[in-house]
Design a protein around this ligand. Structure first.
Ligand code: NAP
Length: 247
């Protein structure tokens, strides 16, 4: 059951999967903090889409890899919308690089955003969740974090680390009434995968048993389920939504 005066934070919700999750949660009645990194216009669009459908949302800029940005993000969100009861760690970056060509800078940036971004937000919201003995955390990993990915080893490592974090925190935080779950999306048609080119995307759709790429809404529906009381007995789970791709 949701607390009064509480809200959801979806990191990286200016575009793609994060935007779909923010819109879906707002439709389910959550006041939503929309976070962006660089693309203010896209962030404003997400907020307008939510407000135009009667929802409540605020927009806050933050680079989740920076602890001070995250502190400000959480403080501002809580001042505007109430305590964060639902945290969705979605912000992420990806790219295709041969292992030998992955610089220290790339390793650090991928881990900084994809993994330490989640560490930063969780660290910031946990004291109040533990005090209330109530909270819900959903980390967005990837099928590549489960299976590994050629030319995406840094990305895959960050997503595997998120899975380990999910399971470890689920165990540690269960006595405090806090659930921690993870979604591992397959290939989802967003800006992130456009660099692959239309031919590769068509091939990936053809290799998918359900014969299509995923949509951001496919992942948003799953996030809404994990955010709801319908999943109250679930914690520490990694749920794949990939059209059967890694079967
Ligand atoms: P996307 O379309 O590229 O959107 C990325 C989002 O993350 C944007 O809102 C972006 O903000 C934000 N972001 C990037 N760096 C950030 C930072 N340092 N701090 C805060 N926000 C930041 O990506 P997507 O496809 O929706 O992916 C969302 C999540 O799903 C990622 O974690 C990704 O790894 C995961 N995922 C995606 C796929 C896929 O096939 N698309 C598959 C598996 C998992 P700006 O708009 O300001 O740049």
């Amino acid at each position: 059951m949701r607390y009064k005066n509480s809200c959801a934070l979806v990191t990286g919700s200016s575009r793609g999967i994060g935007r779909a999750i923010a819109r879906r949660l707002a439709r389910d009645g959550w006041p939503v903090c929309v976070n962006y990194y660089q693309n203010q216009q896209a962030g404003e669009e997400t907020v307008n889409l939510i407000r135009n459908h009667g929802g409540n949302a605020v927009l806050i800029q933050a680079d989740v890899s920076k602890p001070d940005d995250v502190k400000n993000l959480i403080q501002t969100a809580e001042k505007e919308l109430g305590e964060i009861e639902l945290l969705i760690n979605n912000a992420g970056i990806a790219g295709q690089v041969l292992f030998q060509d992955i610089t220290d800078e790339i390793w650090n940036r991928y881990f900084g955003v994809n993994f330490f971004g989640a560490r930063n937000t969780i660290r910031e919201v946990l004291p109040r969740m533990i005090h209330k003995k109530h909270g819900n955390i959903i980390n967005i990993s990837s099928i590549w974090g489960l299976r590994g990915a050629s030319c995406e080893s840094a990305y895959a490592c960050t997503k595997a680390a998120l899975i380990a974090l999910t399971r470890s925190l689920a165990l540690e935080l269960a006595p405090s009434g806090i659930r921690v779950n993870c979604i591992a999306p397959g290939v989802i048609n967003t800006d992130m995968v456009q660099v692959l080119g239309q031919d590769v995307l068509r091939d990936l759709a053809n290799q998918t048993p359900l014969d299509r790429l995923g949509t951001p809404e496919d992942i948003a529906d799953l996030a809404a389920f994990l955010a709801s009381d319908q999943s109250n007995f679930m914690t520490g789970q990694v749920i794949t939504s990939d059209g059967g791709f890694i079967l």
